[in-house]
Design a protein around this ligand. Sequence first.
Ligand code: BG6
Length: 522
Amino acid sequence: MSAQDTMHPVVEATPIDKPYVPPLPKADSCLLVIFGASGDLTKRKLIPALYDLACAGCMHSKFQVLGVARTPMTSEQFRAAMRESAEKSHDAREFTNVCWESFSGNLHYLTGDINDHAFYPEIAKELEKMQANGASTNVLFYVSTQASLAPPIVEGLAKAGLNRNDKGWTRIVLEKPFGRDLKSAHDLNEIVAKAFDEPSVYRIDHYLGKETVQNILVFRFGNSMFEPVWNRNYISYVEITASESLGVESRAGFYEETGALRDMVANHLLQLVTLTAMEPPVAFDAESVREEKVQVLRAIRPMTVEEVAKRTVRGQYGPGTIDGADVHGYRQEPGVNPKSNTETFAAVEFYIDNWRWAGVPFFVRTGKRLPRQRTEVRVHFRRTPQALFSRTADEDVEPNVITLRIQPNEGISMRFGAKRPGPQMRTSSVKMDFDYSSAFGTDTPVAYETLLLDAMRGDATLFTRRDEVEAEWKIITPIEEAWAQIPPPAFPNYAAGSDGPDAANDLISGDHRHWHPFQSGR
Ligand code: BG6
C-alpha cells in the first residue's frame, strides 16, 4: 500500500452501514523467488498472503513464484503442502477450490543447497525457463531463511549475475532478524550494498505492515489535539506490550539462536517506540518517515552493563496452563536444549534523550506463553497538578491513558475521569473507545499482504532503511553483550500462562506505575 493510499481515504469513525472496502492497487508484473520456501514463514504467512492478493485480483497475469529450499520436493508436492497450510491459515481470508486452482498453477519449486554457489546458475536457468514460458522479467528475491543464510544467498545471487537485470527490475526483500548484532548487521549491509542499490533493498519488519501500526502516525499527525500534549510535560511513561499465548511451536532451531530480545524487541518493539516517539515528518514518503524514525533510535540511550542489570529483565517459561490446557515448559519443547538459557520473555526500560522525551521511561515487554495475545501501546499521562477531588471518599480519578490497540480488538481508547451520577461529588474513570471493526466494518488487511504488494509496486515507506537497522542493533547489542556477562536468572522463571517473571513487575513499579494486567479486558 503506498503512503498516499494509506492516508487519503476519509472514513467516518462511527458505525457505518456499508463496509468500507479500500480500492486494491495492482502489483507490477513479477517473478517472486522465495529462499527458505519449505520453512514456516512461507507456509504460514507468505503463501496465504499471496493467495489472498491473487484472489482479490491484485496480481499481474505474469506473476509466478519459484520456491527454493534444501528439502527435496517436486513442484506438485510444494503446491500440495502450500494448499494444506493456506486452507488452515487464518490469514487466508476465504479458501475456495476455484481460487486455489487458479493461484497454485503459478507455484514452482527448485531443490538445492543455498550455501553452495554452484546452485545459483541453476536458479538462473530455471528463471529463464519460466520467463520463456511467460513469467515476468521483473524479479523479486525474498530471503525468508534464518539470518545466517542471508550473506551466502546475496553473494550467490551476485556471483551468478542475478542481482542485475537488463530486462526489468530486480529487488530483494530481507526478512528479520537482519543480522544478529551490530557487526553482523553491518557486514550484511555491506554485502547487500555490493550487490544491490539501496532503493532495491526491502528490509521487512511485518509490524510496519499492520494497519494499526500505520494508524499510530495518522492518530498523531492527522489530528491537532494530541500532538501538543505528546511530550514529557504531559506524559509520565509509555508502556508497550507484545505478548503471545503461543509457545515456540515448530521453530525451536530458529528460536534457540534468536531469543525474545532479538526476535521481537530489536525490531517490532523498537519500531513501535519510534512511531510513538518520532517528530512529525516533513512529508509522508519513504525518506521523510524513515529519517524521523532513525532520529528516535539515535536518541535512545545505550546501556552500560550496570544499567542492563537494572533496566532489563529476561525470562523463560516453564510448564503451566494456557486456556485450561497443560503445556510444556520451553526446555521440554521439541528441538530445544534441555538446559537452554534462551530467553522467551524480555522487558526493557528505554530512555530517549531528546527535548520531547527526556526523563520519560518507555517500558517494553514481550514474551511467549503469556496468558493472551495482546499488542498495544499505552501512553500514561501525568496526574493533574492539583488533586481537586481527592477529599471525597470515593475519589477514583486515575491519570489519563491513551491505548493504541495493535491487536487483537484493533482500536484506540482513552481513559479519563468523570463525575458519577448523584448528589455527591463522586468520581470515576471511564473510557472512550474507537473500534476498527465497528467503525469500518471490514477486516483489516494482513500485514504480509500490504508489504508484499508494496515490494512488488516499489514502495519502500514501510520497510526499514540500512541505517535504521544498524541503529536498532546499536541499542540491542550492548544488552546482548551484558547478558552474556551477567549470569542469567534461574530459568525457568515464569510458568506458562502466568504474567511473566516477577522481576518485570519490579522493573516498572514505583511512582504508581504497573503493567496493564493481562486478566483485565481492554
Ligand atoms: C515474528 C517473530 O517476527 O513475529 C515470532 O519471529 C512472533 O516469534 C511473531 O510470533 C509475532 O507476530 P504477530 O504478527 O503475530 O504479532
